[in-house]
Design a protein around this ligand. Structure first.
Ligand code: G1P
Length: 288
């Protein structure tokens, strides 16, 4: 079994749900408390043993690349002023030289197409996919849980959670096989089924460990839900050929792709911060 060392982060989306904030700014740069969504994803990947990163970007997304570069002027100024604390805050933005690459998805043809754009980076290796919109608050980082499940099963693993039946049309949904309460065998996958057509209410969240063969499936460029090339459909092509499991991860997921989820994440993450928790708890009393 090949070790999991690579991660693909699709970040080409226009962020229309957060306009006007995202008119001139990548939505993945939106902060939860004081850290941009993209940095949470990179830190989570690193904690799972990932060493190589590929961001699938698009026009207007250069801030994402800048964020993981050295900022000489800023760092020199902080050093000269003796601002060690501020300097320390930049630690999570430093990546090993040469460990981060970007490819462009020139046209918004869907998540599956975005992943296919990273095919040269993926090569013949297993790889993780992290959608930075999904934030998971957990004791063990979500991707590390998936990586452990990959070592256990030797195949594809997606993070899954139960959703209300009325919401199945927002997610990739599993058709389930053997289920031990933690790992569930994937028998089928459907992207955004109507509630009445959904084979279960177990939905995929934005964390995946995939085998490189998924790229061959995506290369067919079949159009699925919403007329887009769907990652879910590409993954469905692997079922029966390779082990494929859903992992009920430990932790709480926040959908930062919608406003209420994003706001809830601010509160939940702030309440975990020793420097903020008391103040936040105190002001929240004004709103109940
Ligand atoms: C994507 C995937 C979907 C998955 C979801 C998780 O959908 O296509 O299968 O359940 O992410 O957040 P999107 O949110 O891009 O519509």
């Amino acid at each position: 079994m090949k070790p999991l060392r690579k991660a693909v982060l699709p970040v080409a989306g226009l962020g229309t749900r957060f306009l006007p904030a995202t008119k001139a700014m990548a939505k993945e740069m939106l902060p939860v408390v004081d850290k941009p969504l993209i940095q949470y994803a990179i830190e989570e990947a690193r904690a799972a043993g990932i060493e190589q990163f590929c961001m699938v970007t698009g026009r207007g997304k250069t801030a994402l690349v800048e964020h993981f570069d050295i900022a000489f002027e800023l760092e020199d100024t902080l050093r000269a002023r003796g601002k060690q604390d501020a300097f320390k805050l930049l630690e999570g933005t430093q990546v090993e030289p040469g460990s981060m690459v970007t490819v462009r998805q020139q046209v918004p043809l869907g998540l599956g197409h975005a992943i296919w754009c990273a095919r040269a980076f993926v090569g013949d290796d297993p790889f993780a996919v992290l959608l930075p919109d999904d934030l998971v608050l957990s004791d063990t980082p979500c991707l590390a849980q998936l990586a452990a499940a990959y070592r256990e099963t030797g195949g594809n693993v997606v993070a899954v959670t139960e959703v209300p039946r009325a919401h199945t049309n927002r997610y990739g949904i599993l058709k389930t096989g053997h289920d031990d309460g933690r790992l569930v065998e994937v028998r089928g996958l459907v992207e955004k089924p109507a509630p009445e057509d959904a084979p279960s209410t177990l939905s995929i969240i934005g964390r995946y460990v995939l085998m490189p063969e998924v790229i061959g499936e995506l290369a067919r460029m079949d159009r699925g839900a919403g007329g887009e090339v769907q990652l879910t459909d590409g993954m469905a092509g692997l079922i029966g050929r390779q082990p494929f499991h859903g992992l009920r991860y430990e932790g709480r997921r926040f959908d930062c792709g919608n406003k209420a989820g994003f706001l809830e994440a601010q509160i939940a993450f702030a309440l975990k911060r020793p420097d903020l928790a008391d103040q936040v708890r105190a002001f929240l009393r004004n709103y109940t």
